[in-house]
Design a protein around this ligand. Structure first.
Ligand code: S3P
Length: 437
């Protein structure tokens, strides 16, 4: 049975929140620790469905993983060639990051694997990883249109490539780099716009020689990874919902603690500041080699903006929340250059346009973005289409609606943000769960 949310006009948000660990880093930490020599302790691990699916897959491939508590994993690495075939398909659940990175990592193994996903993941494009990996001599079969399930055949003769990436995607870059670990010679990746560099940073932390700078990475195959401990900072993408919520709810002031501030993730901060948001960084520091800070956000009157296209890759997961800020701002917001939103967990341009329109917002879809006229929202019914970030964004919109909003199909919030409802309520959200009708 699936879960709906009933979100109602709320009161000012107050207090302090700590959001769960970073999803991108948690996936990568399990993967690299699994093929390292020795045991690695991961703290701050995201205990979400997506990252648990990745951990389960490595257990199927013969890696022993302990969970002394929900936000900790001890991974007993099996070394570069210690993974073992699984008879059963490897289920990535809802996770595009899991499936795309695993495709790269498994492409150069001496055994075959089958990767499957849920209904949403089964509709997401995989040709973007299959194409470069095939050039590296991987043998991967997909369903028509390059869709999962993916059948990865054994390959012992992967070759490095010089890859000019057509789309800015950290998942594609990471798949190619992980395949490059098992390839002969050098693998180079050039991106059209720099994306999150967690794979590169973590490979270096595990001792693999790698050269990288924004937009480029280069490594050679044939080395080994040494176990290391990973401390995962809080996920900026989860903090984003509280940044927007406190910005749009009058009287709010929230402190969001120790948030990961990698510049390839924090584009929303720049966009919200252009809109007039009042967000300050406090106690900047470092955690596990990543920049972190406390973020203090106070309510402010937001104005519509044209979102600078160069910010798009740095806020690619934050557009559902940004659309809500825009719908409640004064004036028009224009988003362009964001066609990638159409191939996320849902078509996020279409699902947000439908969801906000159901609440009375004026929003027009364009092929690569949207035009949103700020105004008032009313109560009603909206559907998340099983997309975690759409559900949480609509819950924020509801805090400023004139009446309650029923949001359909919210189970998948557990993929990235277990405990969202409780945490949101603890700082003032009016949010209830109900069995789906
Ligand atoms: C991610 C990269 C991005 C992002 C996703 C996580 C990653 O996807 O949207 O949530 O961990 O590498 P793309 O590579 O498709 O842009």
């Amino acid at each position: 049975m699936s879960l709906d949310w009933i979100a109602s006009p709320g009161r000012p948000l107050r207090g302090e929140v700590t959001v769960p660990g970073d999803k991108s880093i948690s996936h990568r930490a399990i993967m690299l620790a699994a093929i390292a020599d020795g045991s690695s302790r991961i703290t701050g691990f995201l205990e979400g469905e997506d990252t648990r699916a990745t951990a389960r897959i490595f257990a199927q491939l013969g890696v022993r993983i302990e969970a002394p508590n929900p936000s900790e994993r001890i991974v007993h690495g099996v070394g570069m060639h210690g993974l073992r075939a699984s008879d059963a398909p490897l289920d990535c659940g809802n996770a595009g990051t899991g499936m795309r990175l695993l495709t790269g990592l498994l492409a150069g193994q001496g055994f075959a694997s089958v990767l499957v996903g849920d209904a949403s993941l089964s509709k997401r494009p995989m040709a973007r990883v299959i194409e470069p990996l095939t050039r590296m001599q991987a043998k991967i079969a997909a369903e028509a249109g390059g869709l999962p399930p993916l059948r990865i055949h054994a390959s012992n003769d992967m070759q490095g490539i010089d890859f000019e990436q057509p789309v800015a995607s950290a998942q594609v870059k990471s798949a190619v780099l992980l395949a490059g670990l098992y390839a002969q010679g050098e693998t180079r990746v050039h991106e059209p716009h720099p994306t999150r560099d967690y794979t590169e940073r973590m490979l270096r932390a595990f001792g693999w020689p790698i050269d990288f700078s924004p937009g480029q990475a280069r490594l050679s195959g044939g080395h080994r990874l040494q176990a290391t401990d990973v401390s995962v900072p809080a996920d900026f993408s989860s903090a984003a919902f509280f940044l927007v919520a406190a910005s749009v709810i009058p009287g709010s002031e929230l402190l969001i603690r120790r948030v990961g501030m990698n510049p390839r993730r924090t584009g929303l901060l720049a966009a919200l500041r252009l809109m007039g948001a009042d967000i300050t960084k406090e106690y900047p520091g470092e955690q596990g080699g990543e920049a972190v800070a406390d973020l203090r956000v106070r309510h402010a009157s937001l104005r519509g903006i044209t979102v600078p296209e160069q910010l798009v890759p740095d806020m690619i997961d934050e557009f559902p929340a940004l659309f809500v800020a825009a719908a409640l701002a004064e004036g028009r917001t224009v988003v362009t250059g964001a066609a990638e939103l159409r191939v996320k967990e849902s078509d996020r341009i279409a699902t947000m346009a439908r969801g906000l329109a159901a609440l009375g917002a004026k929003i027009e879809e364009t092929p690569d973005g949207a035009i949103i006229e700020g105004g008032r929202l009313q109560g009603g019914q909206a559907d998340s289409h099983g997309d975690h970030r759409i559900a949480m964004s609509l819950a924020i919109a509801a805090q400023r609606a004139a009446g309650p909003v029923r949001i359909g199909d919210c189970d998948n919030v557990a993929t990235s943000f277990p405990g969202f409802v409780e945490l949101a309520r603890s700082c003032g959200f009016a949010l209830e769960t109900a069995a789906s009708r």
